[in-house]
Design a protein. Structure first.
Ligand SMILES: [Fe+2]
Length: 315
């Protein structure tokens, strides 16, 4: 695995699987494809025998170690293919080998297609991945009480303009907030969250926005629109102190000093520890008129901005 981690505070580490590991990944993909032809592509997880795929096994361990203990985020390059069907299968195979895929919606899907459907806005109830909106800094693990260990965002096609990823280290945010102890106190208390889009029945749960790992690393759970919506549904309005704490948190998240921007290119896969890195994207303009559904026989080069998202737990 080739990597350059010398500037990871300023720039996400860029990593590439070795040729031998990628070949082992392609073998695993072919096995998954041959075993699950009657099902949706994200039904049967891939598996490898460490003895028969030792290089891929070792490089996956290396990636997990970087996300768990080192950079907490990286960009994995080298997944550029022509066909949408192949891309979906390749990302599913890789993701299901890196971790245990989590269900991401009420339909039981474990891979979510991120593209603008041309429909409702987030404020009107749409989920983020169905729009072309930017601006809300968040992490994804806000709809489930348990966190996401590895968030995967795989770029199939970029937008005509915009759609940059903005990454924000929760540790940098915490450092900025040290001068606002009252805000820290508020953020460590419980807020209401909702399971938007995750199940037919809407349920609310409580969790703090800011907490800490056993080793003292700041952990974050934040998506302001969802929190405000959950408090409305719970009939428990945010207090003035809570609202002020969120305003200060948002002001910190807006500062260039905590933000790192990157434009994912087709074939690049962003992997992050979701509860240690917030993210957002800038809004974007697509080439073509948006459509609600995309056929698997499309070529990626003909599509609007198109990403695949997976949520993984440690295997
Ligand atoms: Fe997200």
């Amino acid at each position: 695995m080739n990597m350059d981690v010398s500037h990871f505070r300023q720039e996400a580490a860029k990593v590439r699987l070795s040729k031998a590991a990628f070949d082992e990944l392609l073998c695993a993909k072919n096995i998954v494809e041959s075993s699950g032809q009657d099902h949706r592509f994200d039904t049967t997880p891939a598996c490898i025998n460490p003895l028969r795929s030792p290089i891929l096994h070792a490089e996956l361990n290396n990636i997990r170690n970087m996300i768990d203990h080192e950079t907490h985020v990286l960009i994995l390059d080298g997944f550029k293919v022509d066909s949408l069907a192949v891309f979906k299968s390749l990302i599913w195979t890789f993701g299901s080998l890196l971790g245990k895929p989590m269900v991401q919606n009420h339909l039981g899907h474990k891979v979510i297609e991120v593209y603008d459907r041309g429909g409702k806005s987030i404020e009107e109830g749409a989920r983020y991945h169905q729009t072309r909106q930017g601006a809300y800094v968040h992490n994804d693990g806000v709809s489930d009480p348990l966190p996401i260990d590895y968030l995967i965002l795989a770029c199939g096609q970029k937008a005509l303009l915009g759609g940059e990823s903005i990454l924000i280290d929760a540790s940098a945010v915490y450092a900025e907030l040290m001068t606002f102890p009252d805000v820290l106190t508020q953020l460590k208390c419980d807020f209401f969250f909702e399971n938007r889009g995750m199940a037919e029945d809407e349920t609310l749960f409580k969790a703090p926005i800011l907490s800490f790992s056993d080793s003292g690393i700041p952990l974050i759970r934040y998506f302001r629109v969802y929190i405000e919506s959950a408090h409305l549904k719970a009939g428990v309005p945010l207090t003035l102190a809570q609202t002020q704490a969120l305003n200060i948190l948002d002001a910190v998240l807006d500062q260039s000093s905590v933000q790192h921007r990157t434009l994912l290119e087709p074939g690049q896969v962003l992997i992050s520890a979701d509860n240690k890195f917030l993210h957002t994207r800038t809004h974007f303009i697509d080439r073509n008129v948006p459509c609600a559904q995309i056929n698997d026989d499309e070529r990626l080069s003909d599509l609007n901005r198109y990403m695949l998202r997976m949520w993984l737990r440690k295997p």
